[in-house]
Design a protein around this ligand. Structure first.
Ligand SMILES: Cc1cc2nc3c(=O)[nH]c(=O)nc-3n(C[C@H](O)[C@H](O)[C@H](O)COP(=O)(O)O)c2cc1C
Length: 198
């Protein structure tokens, strides 16, 4: 079986976003494991309107061309690492909108999270875990939480790799993501084989 393909989804599109720093760090760390194919998926490259279709794409194919492009791209992956700040205790609107703009393409794939903020993005991540369940994803238990003091030092140039507790959390999270990505990729593959034979 080929390596699972993992997308690191940049959950903020604003010009001054912090998201780029944890994105580059976790993408490199994930790739260095050697068991995952890693690609950064930047929502800036998919300028989706606020959801404006007649129904979820679970029921009615989307008309919007960017939405179609987004769904096709999401379908390429076997798992996801969502990078999220916290906006009034939730994820960014742009990330939630991007989740809403696909459905089957998320199904039966694991979701992992890197958060930052006052409580390390924990409240945004918990909301995203609920969204992931509705999207029939498997959210992994371990997550990376970058709290304010660490966030401030990282903003001033301290490398994330210099924080052993963050690196340890990332190791746990990537291990769980890899296990689920491989298990679910194999299961989706055998579902497809059974369907083809029927
Ligand atoms: C409108 C707004 C609301 C925010 N609410 C929270 C919050 O509830 N909790 C928190 O920890 N940080 C909050 N923040 C701080 C953001 O998490 C922080 O600016 C973060 O860097 C945003 O992610 P980004 O830079 O990748 O866009 C808020 C920022 C904005 C602009």
């Amino acid at each position: 079986m080929s390596k699972p393909r993992i997308a690191v989804v940049v959950g903020s599109t604003r010009e001054a976003r912090f998201a780029d720093v944890p994105t580059a760090w976790i993408a490199k760390l994930a790739a260095e494991r050697g068991d995952l194919d890693v690609e950064v998926l930047d929502l800036r490259d998919y300028p989706l309107p606020f959801f404006d279709e007649v129904a979820s794409s679970a029921w009615v194919p989307s008309k919007n061309e960017v939405a179609q492009k987004w769904q096709k791209k999401v379908a390429e992956f076997d798992g996801f690492i969502f990078i999220t700040g916290e906006y009034n205790r939730g994820p960014s609107a742009v990330l939630k909108n991007a989740l809403d703009y696909a459905y089957t393409e998320w199904n039966r794939k694991p979701a992992a999270f890197v958060g930052y903020g006052g409580v390390g993005g924990a409240r945004a991540i918990e909301q995203l875990r609920l969204n992931a369940v509705e999207l029939q994803m498997a959210p992994v238990r371990a997550a990376v939480h970058i709290v304010w003091a660490d966030y401030a030092a990282i903003k001033e140039g301290k490398p994330i790799a210099d924080f052993p507790h963050i690196v340890a959390a990332a190791g746990d999270m990537l291990g769980q993501l890899s296990w689920w990505a491989q298990a679910l990729k194999a299961a989706r593959g055998s579902d497809a084989a059974v369907a083809k034979a029927a």
